[in-house]
Design a protein around this ligand. Structure first.
Ligand code: PLP
Length: 281
């Protein structure tokens, strides 16, 4: 596969990063994952705007303007075969002697790759997925899309070992989000999802889902749900760029609602599948 590193496109095998890269030594960097449908990046502007916020959050200057990013992402998509792709990009603070204090005058390292975006397995859509609730052990700046994902990977692994596809995170007694997704609960026809603050990543898919809900006149509230109340939810969902919108039908080994993807999920997923293909979403 062709990847992009710093200023060139090259075969993945030839792309090499220094052992002194701060991404490697400190996890000092941020990233984005952009889904591509029919060779068109989905909501590119929103992803680039979130990238800017993440870079601002770690006090790192954006190496490119949006126009340049758009050119590079377009070229990366062209150089990869699949019609549907997941573009991964990351920016780290660059290569410098290992020292916590930010180095001066160092060029950030930019890396991009694109993988085929596999469609979500039918069985997940038909049956929903299992999830477990776990204590949210992450830091206080979950709004930054940092490459430092050790807590997320540990929690997701914990879910995996229990045969579950996602870990739903509980902080101070309320649901924040998933280990790699935003999360939602439905009560009496109203969708609840955590407000955008420092405890969650402002998901691009989350915005899309809430827009679809608004268009379909399904009410939603950006309010957190307690772990206790979550056990009584009619429906629970997760969303992300690569998994789209999935119903959680088993939570902590107990059925959610009737234990099958619920009617509001059905409705929103249908709208999702229809509207994701519209250009310039
Ligand atoms: N929350 C976390 C912790 C994530 O890692 C992700 C993405 O993988 C999301 C939410 C969903 O964000 P998006 O919809 O922009 O993919």
């Amino acid at each position: 596969a062709t990847v992009f590193l710093n200023d060139t496109f090259l075969p993945a095998e030839q792309a090499k990063v220094s052992v002194y890269d701060r991404g490697f030594l400190f996890g000092d960097g941020v990233y984005e994952v952009i889904p591509v449908y029919g060779r068109q990046p989905f909501r590119l502007k929103a992803h680039l705007s979130r990238l800017q916020s993440s870079l601002d959050g770690i006090h790192l200057t954006n190496p490119f303007d949006d126009e340049r990013w758009t050119q590079l992402i377009t070229q990366l998509i062209e150089q990869n075969d699949s019609d549907n792709q997941a573009v991964y990009l990351q920016v780290t603070r660059g290569v410098a002697p290992r020292e916590h204090v930010f180095p001066e005058g160092v060029k950030p390292t930019v890396f991009m790759m694109s993988n085929p975006l596999n469609s979500v397995p039918e069985s997940y859509k038909e049956q929903g997925i299992k999830a477990i609730t776990v204590d949210d052990i992450r830091w206080q700046r979950c709004d930054i899309k940092a490459i430092t994902l050790l807590p997320n990977t540990m929690l997701r692994q914990q879910a995996h070992e229990k045969g579950a596809g996602e870990a739903i995170l509980i902080r101070d007694g309320v649901m924040t989000e998933g280990s790699a997704s935003n999360s939602y609960a439905v009560f009496d026809g109203v969708i609840y999802t955590a407000a955008k603050d420092n405890t969650v990543l402002p998901g691009i898919t989350r915005d899309f889902v809430l827009e679809l809900a608004a268009k379909a006149n399904i009410p939603y509230k950006e309010e957190s749900v307690t772990a206790d109340r979550l056990t009584q939810a009619d429906e629970i969902w997760i969303s992300s760029s690569t998994r789209e919108l999935l119903a959680v039908t088993t939570l902590d080994d107990k059925p959610v609602g009737h234990g099958i993807p619920g009617p509001l999920w059905q409705k929103l997923d249908a709208l999702y599948q229809r509207d994701k293909l519209e250009a310039n979403q």
